[in-house]
Design a binder for this molecule. Structure first.
Ligand SMILES: [Zn+2]
Length: 308
């Protein structure tokens, strides 16, 4: 029998050359799979909190929103996460406004994935899902409650189940907004018992005041937990406020997808307001370049997320 050659290292680290090569090959394969994987950039254009008084470039009218999405799409964003506002900039869940925005994006950004928000700042109860019958490609879905900066973000089980049912009914892919570890666990459970369609798409939201902070070991544990409970899931990272850049970088470096935009952060840095959503998209594109990640085209994004 042929003797396996040994590398001259301390006994406890000694590895046969064959085994060493297999490990090296495995890590290179893992690295190339992670690093060549296209990164989906989501642009959260408006949100429901920041107003023009905070940053005058926040798009609040439908026309401004369509223009901002279009520019962002051309810069590399392939998901547009949308909220709508009333004339006075207050948030609303008005399906008619959502319909106008959806039509405009479809016309000016063919192929882009449209994701409408069912977030709780824009409405209460089932009003939050009134736009799901428009059959957008995606909608955000929170599967549990947590604290927000000044109040409780209420997502009671019966409302969550109803929103999930509506999404199944209208073939809308949910993006699970994980503000807490328990939300990842709950989403996996809902996918296992059929309340959500597999594979899941989960977004880790970090840095909301009074909810989960942007903490790297927790971020790593989120990924590990999701891989364990829902191995076929894809994930995305979003950092709020000054955490946006760090979470963009963590997500891109770890092989995930990422979200940026004025909804989460109105600044470029401590001293400068962001001049546009596009500027924030370009920043994410630059990070992809730094880590050798191609930016997903809309075709690739649809394929990765299993959206026709
Ligand atoms: Zn949102």
């Amino acid at each position: 029998m042929q003797r396996v050659a040994k590398v001259k290292v301390k006994a406890k680290y000694r590895v046969g050359i064959g085994e060493g090569l297999v490990r090296l090959y495995y890590f290179r394969l893992l690295y190339s799979l992670t690093m060549n994987k296209p990164c989906i950039i989501c642009i959260a254009i408006t949100g429901s909190v920041a107003r023009k008084e905070n940053n005058p470039v926040i798009p609040t009218t439908i026309q401004e929103q369509i223009e901002s999405v279009h520019e962002s799409f051309e810069a590399g964003a392939t998901i547009s996460h949308c909220h709508v506002r009333n004339e006075d900039q207050t948030p609303t869940s008005d399906p008619e406004r959502f319909a106008l925005l959806k039509q405009g994006i479809e016309k000016h950004c063919p192929g882009m994935i449209i994701q409408l928000s069912t977030g709780g700042r824009s409405g209460a109860g089932r009003e939050r899902g009134g736009m799901l019958s428009l059959r957008p490609d995606m909608a955000s879905l929170s599967v549990g409650s947590n604290n927000f900066p000044t109040r409780v973000y209420e997502n009671p089980p019966d409302l969550v189940d109803w929103l999930a049912e509506e999404m199944l009914k209208y073939h809308v892919k949910p993006e699970i907004e994980a503000f807490d570890l328990s939300h990842i666990v709950q989403a996996a459970k809902m996918a296992d018992d059929g309340r959500l369609k597999k594979p899941l798409y989960v977004q880790f939201v970090m840095g909301v005041k009074n909810a989960m902070p942007a903490d790297k070991p927790i971020f790593d544990f989120y990924i590990e937990t999701l891989k364990r409970l829902a191995p076929d899931a894809e994930w995305c990272g979003a950092g709020v406020g000054s955490n946006q850049l760090a979470v963009n970088e963590w997500s891109i470096a770890a092989g995930g997808h990422t979200r940026t935009g004025l909804e989460d952060n109105i600044r470029l840095d401590k001293n400068n307001l962001a001049p546009s959503n596009t500027a924030l998209v370009k920043r994410a594109v630059d990070i992809c370049e730094k880590y050798g990640r191609p930016v997903a085209s809309w075709q690739q994004a649809r394929e990765i997320l299993n959206i026709k």
